[in-house]
Design a protein around this ligand. Structure first.
Ligand SMILES: C[S@@+](CC[C@H](N)C(=O)[O-])C[C@H]1O[C@@H](n2cnc3c(N)ncnc32)[C@H](O)[C@@H]1O
Length: 310
């Protein structure tokens, strides 16, 4: 079976992120299978799109899907923070982030993102280097594993899970996703095993985030994206959990303020000048209909800001 990722908040993204003819460039920082990029290329015949993704395999899928637009579309295999940090091209009028991973990663990548499959415990987007999830569970200290699961998974049983992982690896290395899932299942209390989500969900999320350094990349990338936006340009960030959403919310707030001195400071000494206006005072969420049709959209939040004309 071939799965196609359904782009979340598609209508809302198109509604809020309107490109300018004078700055006919969009950077799609999380290309995935190219769903959002396709919508923009279809709707705006004047628009060029640069699509970024660290996963070479999914870029192949996007290139195929976007063949009809190949004269206006360029894909780059890169981490978005690294690309934006060294960006020197024309100013885009739209920049989009749709954080996290795609249905492709769970369903087809065979890299152990899903706890319900028997696959190598890898979880790397960049398979050519970096450490894998198996490296973490088999070589990190119990304390380090517990910290990762707590910090990036907000898992209350992080310590018990880390202890169980370390006990098991004494006997045998943990190399398969379903083996890790059953270790986690056995480590948590009985009543925790029958919640709305599988007891391994948070730990798997945490390992994926740690393997790919996902959270550390968001703030620098969003900051840099704002820097390179054309005047009046729009940035949209779609997040799926509070660990992704929080830094974006605070970063937008800070850049939309004229003064960032501590509240008790008698006079302003920071000299900070707001360079964005927040467009979505509250994050945009999916309609009931979309949540029914595409369950991952239930947790999606879209925040949009506009670069001020200087
Ligand atoms: C949710 S999917 C994007 C789906 C896409 N918007 C669509 O509609 O088809 C996120 C994609 O971003 C990529 N990704 C995640 N973090 C990244 C990063 N820091 N740099 C580059 N690519 C990243 C993942 O490999 C994944 O393919």
């Amino acid at each position: 079976m071939v799965y196609v990722h359904t782009s979340v908040l598609a209508e809302e993204t198109l509604k809020y992120l309107v490109p300018q003819k004078d700055h006919p460039l969009m950077i799609d920082c999380t290309l995935g299978e190219g769903g959002h990029s396709k919508l923009f290329l279809e709707k705006y015949p004047f628009l060029n799109v640069i699509g970024l993704d660290r996963d070479e395999n999914i870029i192949g899928k996007a290139r195929n899907r976007l063949k009809p637009y190949s004269d206006r579309f360029t894909a780059v295999n890169t981490w978005f923070d690294e690309y934006l940090d060294s960006y020197i091209g024309e100013s885009p009028s739209v920049i989009l982030f749709d954080l996290g991973i795609s249905i492709f990663h769970y369903a087809e990548s065979e890299r152990g993102f899903s706890f319900s499959k028997r696959e190598p415990l890898d979880m790397r987007l960049n398979v050519s280097k970096d450490i894998s999830a198996a490296d973490i569970v088999n070589t990190y200290s119990e304390q380090q594993i517990a910290d990762i699961i707590y910090k990036y998974g907000e898992e209350r049983y992080s310590r018990r899970i880390a202890r169980a992982i370390c006990e098991r690896r004494e006997v045998q290395s943990i190399t398969k996703s379903d083996d890790l899932a059953s270790i986690i299942y056995s480590a948590v209390p009985q009543q925790y095993r029958h919640q709305r989500i599988h007891p391994a969900t948070r730990s798997f999320q945490a390992l994926r985030i740690a393997v790919n350094g996902e959270l550390d990349r968001i703030e620098p990338a969003v900051n840099k994206a704002i820097d390179i936006l054309a005047p009046g340009g729009l940035i949209g960030v779609i997040s799926f959990h509070s660990l992704e959403d929080r830094p974006v919310k605070y970063l937008f707030r800070e850049r939309a303020k004229d003064c960032i001195c501590p509240p008790k400071a008698p006079i302003c000494t920071c000299g900070h000048v707001a360079d964005i206006t927040i467009v979505t005072k509250k994050p945009v969420v999916a309609t009931e209909q979309e949540c029914k049709e595409n369950p991952p959209s239930r947790s999606a939040k879209l925040r949009v800001a506009m670069k001020k004309e200087s």
